[in-house]
Design a binder for this molecule. Sequence first.
Ligand code: FES
Length: 135
Amino acid sequence: MGGTNPYIQQSEAQPATRKFTITFLPMNKTVEVDPEKIPYGVTGLPGSILDIALAHGIDVDHSCGGVCACSTCHCIVRAGGRTLSEMTDAEDEELSFAPGLSPDSRLSCQSVPNGEQDLVIEIPAWNRNAVREGH
Ligand code: FES
C-alpha cells in the first residue's frame, strides 16, 4: 500500500540529489542510496527512510502504508539527523503514540534525508522482531 494522506499537511521534503549511506541497527546493515533510483517504491515519502529500507530488504513495520497515520515505522536517528526533512505537525502528532520515544525519534515514512551526510538509523527494540533482512 502506498500513496498520500489527504487529511494532513503534506511534507515539502525533497529527496537527496547525491549518494549517501544509511546504516540500520541493530542488524548493522549499511546500504548505499542512489538518488537516481528514488523513489525506490510507493511506500512512504519518496526517498524516505522507509522507502530506502524496504528497497534494501529491511522490512520496517508500516501498518498505514507510509501515509503518516500510525506510528509503527518509528525509528531512532543515531547519526545524520540534521540532514532529515523537517518534522511536520502531523508527524509529530502520530509519533507521540509510538512506544519507546526518544528525542531522536522520527517516523521513517516521513523522514527524507537530503544526502549531505551518512545516517545511522536504529529500529527500536519493540518492533525489532518484525525486522528481517530479505533477499
Ligand atoms: S507507516 Fe504509518 S506512520 Fe509511517
